[in-house]
Design a protein around this ligand. Structure first.
Ligand code: PMV
Length: 326
């Protein structure tokens, strides 16, 4: 079935994008240090672009909207504008197309505001679906640049790591402003991703780290550089299959994130529970203050560590193996 008007050329399209985990290096990455992130395929944002009635304009449907909304009824500055309307507008601008009669149906299993890249994944899926409806597949670099624009609206000064790992869907060694770098995973490893149940206000956490850094550049500059050094060692550990070393580095990274004030009592509790139950290492992932914790766990400890995480207050635990299909 075609779309109305110019839409004879248009078709129904569907697109998706995964969540992501930052393994090591968050916050320091904003200051030019490297960070490592991997896609999390267990959670996904999926968007369908469906033909609309002639004259209907652009409509949005998502589980948390409760109803179908007209895009032009959502004011700029509204959270939904940034999350849904802005990416669709960017896609139409990139295509040079006027607003079509189209319904975007947005579904996502990525928890919002939890450090798993929900905003970037929804934006990537919307842009892909809108472009797909016009028969266009944007090159990844172009898509990445557009999703970065969306991230800027969400977070102010994002490093670009979320959009990059989500658009390229592969493990990345990310340095702000540098060309994309991937790396070899010598031995697959298992992570448990535990949701603290508390929101992770990335923009606030990033601003608070900035304030600390401005107040005491020597102390916090050293902490950020130490995180960068951990990331470089973590890459080596992953490339040589030294999973227990990676665990120790995650613990060191968590101590530094605590010093930067971005952990929380709930995250500290989850970290302690995971390591006491036998995880090699655990740390918050993403902006922090809430959101998700990751625990690096031997395959035969997954059950025990998950149980410990639930007992310590996790609301959801996902197991994922990194590097399994390489
Ligand atoms: O909370 P998230 O998933 O948006 O991750 C933020 C990562 C930070 O390093 C804290 C910020 C950034 O822009 O890289």
């Amino acid at each position: 079935m075609g779309f109305a008007g110019r839409g004879e050329r248009m078709m129904a399209a569907r697109a998706s994008a995964p969540g992501k985990i930052i393994l090591v290096g968050e916050h320091a990455v904003v200051y030019g240090q490297p960070a490592i992130a991997v896609p999390l395929a267990a959670v996904q944002a999926t968007v369908s672009a469906e033909p609309g009635e002639p004259g209907a304009g652009l409509l949005l449907r998502a589980a948390d909207l409760g109803e179908t909304l007209r895009a032009d009824a959502i004011a700029e500055g509204d959270r939904l504008y940034d999350a849904l309307v802005f990416p669709a507008r960017l896609a139409l601008e990139a295509l040079g197309e006027p607003v079509p009669d189209m319904t975007l149906v947005v579904r996502s299993t990525i928890p919002v505001a939890s450090g798993l890249g929900s905003g970037a994944a929804i934006a990537a899926a919307i842009i892909r679906a809108v472009c797909g409806a016009f028969g266009v597949t944007l090159p990844r670099e172009r898509l990445n640049a557009l999703v970065y624009e969306v991230e800027r609206r969400h977070h102010g000064t994002p490093s670009g790591i979320d959009n990059t790992v989500i658009v390229y869907e592969q493990p990345v060694y990310f340095v702000r402003g540098a060309p994309l770098e991937t790396f070899r995973i010598a031995r697959p490893f298992t992570l448990l991703v535990a949701d603290s149940g508390q929101p992770s206000p990335t923009r606030v956490a990033v601003q608070d780290v900035r304030t600390l850094y401005e107040q005491d550049r020597e102390r916090y500059g050293a902490a950020l550089a130490a995180i960068g050094a951990i990331t470089r060692r973590a890459r080596q550990a992953i490339e040589t299959g030294q999973v227990d070393t990676l665990g120790a580095l995650m613990r060191e990274n968590q101590a530094l994130l605590r010093e930067l004030s971005v952990s929380s009592p709930a995250l500290d509790r989850l970290c302690a529970a995971a390591t006491e139950a036998g995880a090699w290492g655990a740390k918050l992932s993403g902006g922090g203050r809430g959101g998700n914790l990751i625990a690096l766990t031997a395959a035969d400890r997954v059950g025990a560590v998950s149980e410990a995480l639930y007992a310590a207050g996790a609301v959801r635990v996902i197991a994922t193996t990194v590097g399994a299909q390489d």
